[in-house]
Design a protein around this ligand. Structure first.
Ligand code: SF4
Ligand code: SF4
Length: 450
């Protein structure tokens, strides 16, 4: 198939490699290579057979519920890629096209996919509503992966990953080591000034029990989260360290490329080995926790490295009596936003609630919550793409704003870097009378330091 003319780029925030206009050919080649080197074929074979076309998945998708557009129904979005798969990569599809003359993938399909697969936040909520358990978030991921292989990817994601894998700083926020060390010294002084006790941020300690990976933007934006965490770990006598070889837990490979996802996870493993650490500790971040937990075992060829999320460690220390939180400090009405990557793709649901209820008297759940919580509206990496802010606010974000407003809370806790950014923007955009905080921001206020 030959594409004669390159269509005008409607989406200037995408990078498109100079493929001399043969996007369709390139897409099929990339799709074929991915099928050959992965397990996606098995799942695509299954999904093309079992979809009932009942559209019950629509009732789980907050994007569709807000826009009401048929193209935002989860199964419609997935059907674009499944149709291409069936037509080009199955015998039945190929024979049917010969008999009926049905056409294959077109330029229009590529345009539709590049728009559609970044209008899904890969929140995976629709999966709970599909009687066949079809995973539209995974189809979104695969669609993005193939597009990225032919050079179609939002600039913001590509620039961040390139900085992390190839840049001098080796992290998505391009924070050099001297700036990191300055920041940590500043945080230590800040804790001493406000709490009257010296709390250390250990750097490059060999043989520590935990090697810590924050979403690196926390070092620029979330001082209270980091200070709360350091107070917890020091008070409980935990051996931990930040490594200057790699201190970024962010893994935007999850949002568009299995290849980059694997490389970023391998770099985490290398840093733990360099420091002879025993476990990986991930800070307040959903996708960083999910990628490390799910993929460290895949890429770690050697002895096991357990992956622990900060919330589960803090709960353990609280239950063991190693830290104490004053229940009289936080008096505001507080609610909790469950990050999608914690509750639908992870293992962190009850841990934060147990911590919250131990020291916050005026806690109110939002509806729905837990596994069924609504996405913040910036999931799947879309929060990093400023050019889609209008979509993030007025599609998924609007439902989130209604949900937050209904709680009447003064504070919404969200223990995830991406959710923090999106929810802060939602609060501002919809003028909600609340502020957003990390869980360790509140712990910082309530912890009794020894
Ligand atoms: S609910 Fe499941 S089976 Fe029904 S249309 Fe959606 S994806 Fe297909
Ligand atoms: S993964 Fe989330 S945003 Fe994407 S189709 Fe399903 S419910 Fe909608």
């Amino acid at each position: 198939m030959t594409i004669k003319e390159k269509p005008k780029n409607k989406y200037p925030y995408y990078i498109e490699a100079p493929l001399e206009y043969k996007r369709v050919d390139a897409f099929l080649k990339a799709f074929s290579a991915i099928l050959e080197h992965s397990n996606y074929k098995f799942i695509l074979d299954l999904y093309t057979r079992i979809s009932m076309k009942c559209a019950r998945c629509a009732s789980g998708c907050q994007i569709y519920q807000t826009t009401g557009k048929p193209e935002d129904i989860p199964c419609y979005r997935s059907s674009i890629l499944l149709r291409i798969y069936k037509r080009h990569f199955t015998l039945g599809g190929w024979m049917k096209s010969k008999l009926t003359g049905g056409s294959g993938i077109t330029e229009k399909d590529i345009d539709e996919m590049l728009e559609s697969y970044y209008q899904c936040t890969a929140c995976r909520r629709c999966t709970f509503y599909c009687p066949m358990g079809i995973e539209h978030g995974m189809i979104t991921h695969l669609g993005r992966y193939i597009l990225a292989e032919i050079g179609i990817v939002p600039k913001a994601l590509q620039v961040s990953v390139r900085e992390q894998l190839e840049g001098a700083s080796k992290n998505t926020s391009a924070i050099p080591v001297p700036a990191l060390i300055d920041t940590l010294e500043f945080l230590e002084e800040e804790i001493e000034e406000t709490k009257g006790i010296k709390v250390k941020f250990p750097i490059d300690v060999e043989g520590a029990e935990y090697v810590f990976f924050a979403p690196v933007s926390d070092y620029l934006l979330e001082a209270d989260t980091l200070m709360g965490m350091a107070c917890v770990l020091q008070t409980a006598g935990i051996s931990w360290t930040i490594g200057t070889g790699n201190y970024d837990g962010i893994n935007y490979g999850l949002f568009y490329s299995d290849d980059f996802l694997g490389k970023i996870v391998r770099n985490e493993i290398d840093e733990v080995r360099r420091l002879k650490g025993k476990k990986i500790l991930i800070g307040e971040c959903g996708h960083a926790s999910r990628t490390a937990k799910n993929f460290v075992p895949t890429y770690n060829e050697g002895s096991e490295i357990p992956v622990v999320n900060l919330l589960e460690l803090t709960l353990k220390l609280l239950e063991e009596g190693k830290i104490e939180l004053d229940p009289n400090v936080i008096t505001e009405k507080v609610t909790y936003h469950d990050p999608c990557n914690y509750v639908r793709s992870g293992w962190i649901i009850e841990q934060p609630r147990k911590i919250i209820k131990s020291f916050i008297k005026n806690f109110v759940e939002m509806t729905p919550n837990g596994k069924y919580n609504l996405c913040c509206g910036g999931g799947g990496g879309t929060v990093s793409v400023d050019e889609v802010k209008d979509f993030r606010m007025n599609a998924a974000g609007k439902k989130k704003a209604d949900q937050l407003r209904a709680t009447g809370a003064d504070i919404v806790i969200t223990p995830c870097a991406n959710c923090k950014k999106q929810i802060e923007e939602v609060i501002e955009y919809f003028d909600l009378p609340m502020k957003r905080m990390g869980l360790h921001d509140l712990i910082l206020k309530a912890i009794k330091l020894k």
